[in-house]
Design a protein around this ligand. Structure first.
Ligand SMILES: NC(=O)c1ccc[n+]([C@@H]2O[C@H](COP(=O)([O-])OP(=O)(O)OC[C@H]3O[C@@H](n4cnc5c(N)ncnc54)[C@H](OP(=O)(O)O)[C@@H]3O)[C@@H](O)[C@H]2O)c1
Length: 267
């Protein structure tokens, strides 16, 4: 099911940096109405300005995906301005860099709250508006780590596995309303995600990873994501050779575990 984004209302949550910023750049070429959400209003304003978004076709709507009481007024603001929501892109996410055993419960809960619970609670509130369109899309940024596990990112991996399972299931329920679900799974993308990661006690990790820095450019990733959404893809992995990791883990598990242990020097 191909979709034309022209004149559609596209809501991007997690639009203030990295892949989300790239998504706004790509969407600004599509003649659609764009709603930019994340917590950092100043960054949303900068991105809006840099992409020449005009007030009549865009809306800056600060939102914390972990605060579900704010969803209803946010949705009302979009509907009163643009009358519809056609595409919901759920891109907000946080990671952690810590041994599972040492990670505080509040850190585990925070990751699940942002990456999983927030996204599904917002989705449920937006579904009625998507249903009233002829055609609609929910796109969620998962990860290749939604299909495998790696050390020091256990809760992050768990949150993305949960996202995959939930949205794969939801797709069956929404198909009859012509709502497609695109599960988009980047590999290593050059953003600040590792730098912004939480440590075991909830502080900021503040260091980037080599894998991230050598990874795909965020704008290129976003371009692939918008293409996948327009082509009605159900799922798409985006990145370099690392996108084969889930396949390798499935067919050659012993080799996969050997390789990952070699690459990750653990204490
Ligand atoms: N980079 C990679 O290698 C990679 C690989 C696979 C998947 N991903 C996924 O891609 C998505 C984007 O990450 P990124 O790599 O572009 O990192 P990023 O630059 O750190 O972007 C994260 C985005 O999520 C938003 N966000 C975080 N917490 C939020 C909250 N409570 N409410 C609303 N928005 C929130 C951030 O905005 P504010 O801080 O302004 O709220 C920001 O816009 C994430 O879901 C991530 O898991 C990234």
């Amino acid at each position: 099911m191909k979709i034309d984004l022209k004149n559609k209302t596209v809501w991007v949550v997690g639009a203030s940096s990295g892949i989300g910023e790239g998504l706004i750049k790509q969407l600004s070429k599509e003649n659609c109405k764009i709603v930019l959400s994340a917590r950092r209003k100043n960054e949303l304003e900068r991105i809006s300005l840099e992409n020449n978004l005009h007030n009549q076709n865009s809306l800056i709507l600060p939102l914390d995906i972990s605060k579900n009481k704010t969803f209803k007024p946010a949705i009302e603001t979009i509907i009163s301005k643009f009358k519809s929501i056609d595409v919901l892109i759920l891109n907000a996410g946080i990671a952690h860099k810590s041994y599972a055993e040492e990670t505080l419960e509040e850190v585990d809960r925070r990751i699940m709250e942002v990456n999983f619970m927030g996204n599904i609670q917002l989705t449920k509130q937006v579904i009625p508006f998507l249903k009233s369109q002829n055609q609609a899309t929910i796109a969620i940024t998962s990860s290749i780590l939604g299909e495998i596990g790696l050390p020091l990112v256990s809760t992050y991996c768990a949150s993305k596995h949960a996202v995959n399972a939930y949205f794969e299931s939801l797709r069956f329920e929404l198909e009859k309303y012509k709502i497609n679900i695109s599960i988009l799974s980047p590999g290593f993308i050059n953003t600040q995600i590792t730098k912004n990661s939480l440590t075991a006690d909830g502080n900021t990790f503040n260091k980037n990873s080599v894998a991230q820095e050598k990874g795909m450019n965020a704008n290129k990733c976003a371009k692939e994501m918008v293409k996948a959404i327009k082509n009605g893809k159900k799922r798409k992995k985006i990145g370099g050779l690392e996108t084969f990791m889930p396949t390798v883990a499935y067919y050659f598990p012993s080799f996969f575990y050997w390789l990952m242990k070699k690459l990750h020097k653990l204490n």
